[in-house]
Ligand binder design. Structure first.
Ligand SMILES: Nc1nc2c(c(=O)[nH]1)N[C@H]1C(S)=C(S)[C@@H](COP(=O)(O)OP(=O)(O)OC[C@H]3O[C@@H](n4cnc5c(=O)[nH]c(N)nc54)[C@H](O)[C@@H]3O)O[C@H]1N2
Ligand SMILES: Nc1nc2c(c(=O)[nH]1)N[C@H]1C(S)=C(S)[C@@H](COP(=O)(O)OP(=O)(O)OC[C@H]3O[C@@H](n4cnc5c(=O)[nH]c(N)nc54)[C@H](O)[C@@H]3O)O[C@H]1N2
Ligand code: SF4
Ligand SMILES: [Mo]
Length: 746
């Protein structure tokens, strides 16, 4: 009987010698250090302040940064262990070239060789098939400066329209809805408004595990007597403390929000003055939900009707309120509609532009906010400008010193790029900060696409699963090896400070892009000699756009511990709370209601695939896991994916915790241990997605996309679950207090 490994030796036996092991003398743990650098966590969009301890060009530990106002020294398990990744033995130190005869499939090459090969392949592919046949994929764990550079690099060095980024798997549904309804894409408030809310409504966000520091803001509201509503198919740690828990069926959020709007209207829990003065389209939105009675809503969502009414009452009758949502409502083929249906609830009750009032998405990746403004989306130019708008193009062309006609048009989105590769239309790819083989839906399809590329180059600091399909791998930089800015979930732009230099022959990401641009003969557009110079150009390029950084300087950002955009002029204080006085970002200052009709997910359960599958995260792992699967203490906390299921489902399958189950969808199948929990709907299973290969949840997920945002429907697929061979002992650290009490051991 296999056991889940618990000792270092067992971990290494099971996962190979690649985990962080303590060096012979034990971890230095930062006792001995040369300097301490104030910076931010490299992981999620909370961007907690942290002080890194450095010894001999190595990050050896950390200190809490108590003065940084967002987290006041608090960190989650990932932030506490992040310092262990830099000196990992897997760190890429040299460029690699594919060589099937070499051990591991790659041989080390010089930078000259690697860069010349990249340049030659770009030129060959573009000459043979046209510029757009070479695509670029980027990510938003990189800074604003790098995001800006990637946007300019793809348009003016690669001269391709086909650039997109991994926020396409993340924040785009919220982004599109925010722009449609409010005219601007940012969280409506700084987090300091959360404690002022009388009701906090959390929809599809596992706050305690994925935005851990936000929990303390919600707690502060609770301390003042605020009520908490949570909508989630799982009873997440935060949901266990909710006043009203809405345990809806996956994929039914727009029906839930529509029903709440119906109840608000039926009881006249509306702010008519706000609706009349500051919004358009209320009548149409109201007409759409005329028949969305609590009984109808209950039938569609599976939530008792009286609970929906109670949620509406709390939201509608509280003077202040904040609605926070994340991927649970956004990872859907109606992700944009789901967010619009939440915004409708905020507008109908006047909960915008006042202390303690707002509707905000909780951004996911480290620079998920800033990275979605600087122009590396396929339809976007810096400042969150529109690449199809002639005025926007002309402005950016003038900043770039190019002719407007040199800026390519709108390209296709991330999953569509992979589809175009699969179809043989895109032949070459350069990617930075993206691990699509683990993170895109339908892994088999992604793997087939990667193998069809004539040339693929990848910039990363670890050999990610996707990088293993590359022809050339260029060793880039970790967050702590370069400086720049990011913009956190709150909309606060902060300064990342370099703690160390890239080790070995690794280079800073931006220097690599500049080298390629030079090789392509496009150096005239890329005369940067420092990250600061990129920032200076970026803020000019953003000027006049909705995401305006023009008034910021690095010094001010550091002195003031962040500046909230828009910050359009020098000396401007920044804008922690948007839409004050009910002034929205559309030219007429009014927000737009949108009629939202419920429609089912792309795939629904049937006799063959009778169980809903939803996917997401656990606290100790981060995204595709390239980084956190290499940090031993985090691996130990949750070593492999488990299939969470309710005791009723487990009983019907004859399964107990630790039994291996086979989960099959129309795309693929996987076997993994079951974890029986009371914190999930009996008709739904949950699998976290942080693992590759046969442990990848995305073997099962559906490639169906939202028609507007083009986000994949990660949160809903139909699967079949059966008991398979085998059992593993799970040392379960995630038992809820309630389960413990029922078992009589707590
Ligand atoms: N520990 C950790 N933290 C992270 C990350 C990480 O990988 N690990 N990643 C960061 C990133 S990039 C992101 S995007 C965020 C994501 O942060 P979240 O969106 O909070 O995390 P998820 O686990 O993707 O999903 C959130 C919740 O949605 C619920 N859900 C599933 N289906 C539905 C549905 O149909 N409706 C509703 N209402 N809820 C549903 C799930 O049960 C889950 O509790 O986290 C960030 N923080
Ligand atoms: N089934 C399922 N799939 C999902 C999701 C889900 O909920 N369910 N969530 C989706 C979401 S919200 C997201 S955000 C995506 C994330 O998916 P990805 O973006 O593919 O995941 P990451 O792990 O961030 O991959 C980033 C890669 O960039 C590297 N990297 C990190 N920082 C830097 C840097 O500064 N420079 C360079 N050069 N490289 C860097 C890392 O080593 C890693 O290999 O996954 C999506 N996939
Ligand atoms: S909450 Fe996010 S930013 Fe803060 S320590 Fe954890 S992973 Fe890092
Ligand atoms: Mo994300």
């Amino acid at each position: 009987m296999a056991r889940i490994p618990v000792t270092d030796e067992q971990l290494i036996e099971r996962y190979g010698p690649h985990l962080n092991q303590a060096p012979p003398g034990g971890w230095n743990a930062g006792l001995d250090f040369d300097k301490v650098v104030n910076t931010h966590c490299c992981f999620c969009g909370q961007q907690c302040g942290i002080r890194l301890k450095v010894k001999d060009n190595e990050v050896v530990g950390f200190e809490p940064w108590y003065d940084f106002p967002f987290n006041e020294g608090k960190l989650c398990p990932k932030g506490v262990k992040r310092y262990l990744q830099g000196s990992h033995p897997d760190r890429l130190l040299e460029p690699l070239e594919r060589d099937p005869s070499a051990p591991g499939g790659f041989r080390t090459v010089t930078w000259d060789h690697a860069l010349s090969r990249v340049v030659a392949e770009i030129q060959r592919i573009q000459a043979a098939y046209g510029n757009d046949a070479f695509a670029m994929l980027s990510g938003v764990s990189i800074t604003n400066e790098k995001s800006y550079l990637v946007g300019k690099f793809a348009r003016l060095a690669l001269q391709t329209a086909n650039l997109d980024y991994n926020g396409r798997l993340c924040m785009v549904s919220a982004g599109a809805a925010n722009k449609k309804a409010l005219g601007m894409d940012r969280a409506s408030n700084s987090w300091s408004d959360i404690p002022l809310a009388d009701v906090v409504f959390v929809a599809g966000a596992n706050v305690a595990e994925c935005a851990p520091i936000t929990t303390s803001y919600i707690w502060r509201a609770r301390d003042r007597g605020a009520k908490l509503i949570v909508a989630d198919p799982r009873v997440t740690p935060l949901a266990r403390t909710a006043d009203v828990f809405l345990g809806l069926r996956p994929g039914t959020d727009s029906a839930l929000m529509g029903t709440i709007l119906h109840v608000l209207i039926a009881n006249d829990w509306l702010d008519h003055d706000f609706i009349n003065a500051h919004t358009l389209g209320f009548e149409e939105a109201a007409a759409e939900v005329r028949d969305y009675t609590p009984e109808w809503g209950s039938k569609v969502t599976g939530v008792p009707a009286d609970r929906i009414v109670e949620a509406a009452r709390l939201w509608g009758t509280s003077a202040t309120g904040m609605l926070l949502h994340a991927r649970g409502i956004e990872h859907h083929t109606k992700g944009v509609e789901n967010v619009l249906s939440c915004i409708n609830l905020g507008l109908a009750t006047g909960k915008y532009g006042k202390p303690g009032c707002g509707v905000s998405t909780i951004t996911g990746q480290g620079n998920g906010q800033g990275g979605r403004e600087q122009g590396h989306k396929c339809d976007q130019l810096p400042g969150n400008r529109d690449i199809t708008n002639p005025e926007h193009r002309a402005y950016v062309a003038q900043v770039w010193g190019c002719d407007e006609s040199e800026i390519p048009g709108k390209g296709i989105t991330a999953e569509e790029i992979v589809e175009a590769i699969h179809a043989g239309e895109i032949k070459g790819l350069l990617s930075i900060c993206f691990n699509p083989l683990v993170s895109l839906p339908d892994t088999k399809f992604t793997a087939e696409a990667l193998d069809k590329l004539e040339f693929y180059a990848n910039i990363d600091f670890f050999l990610s699963e996707t990088a293993q399909h590359a022809d050339i791998v260029l060793p880039g930089s970790l967050q702590e090896e370069d400086e720049g800015t990011t913009t956190s979930a709150e909309g606060r732009t902060i300064k990342i400070n370099a703690a160390i230099d890239p080790p070995g022959n690794a280079r800073r990401d931006w220097e690599i892009l500049l080298d390629i641009a030079r090789g392509l003969g496009r150096e005239k557009y890329f005369g940067f000699s420092s990250t600061r110079e990129i920032f200076e150009e970026m803020k000019v390029a953003s000027h006049g756009g909705t995401a305006d950084y023009f008034g910021m300087t690095w010094d001010r950002i550091e002195d003031e511990m962040g500046i909230f955009w828009p910050c359009p002029e020098e000396g401007h204080p920044g804008t922690p709370r948007l839409y004050e006085g009910g002034v929205f970002a559309h030219p007429d200052g009014k927000a737009r209601f949108h009629p939202v009709a419920y429609r089912p997910p792309a795939e629904v359960v049937d006799d063959e695939y009778p169980v809903w599958l939803t996917t997401g995260r656990v606290i100790s792992q981060y995204l595709s896991g390239t980084q956190t699967r290499r940090i031993g203490p985090l691996v130990e906390q949750y070593p492999e994916p488990l299939c969470e299921m309710h005791p009723r489902m487990a009983e019907s399958l004859g399964v107990v915790t630790g039994d291996i189950v086979r989960v099959t969808s129309r795309r693929g199948e996987m076997t993994l241990p079951a974890r029986v929990v009371e914190s999930i709907r009996p008709d739904t299973v949950f699998i976290p997605y942080h693992w590759p290969g046969r442990q990848a949840a995305n073997q099962l997920t559906n490639r169906a996309l939202d028609p507007v945002s083009k986000i994949p429907e990660y949160k809903v697929s139909a699967v079949r679950v059966v008991k398979a061979e085998g059992h593993v002992e799970i040392r379960d650290k995630r038992v809820t207090a309630l389960e413990e009490r029922r078992r009589g051991d707590g």
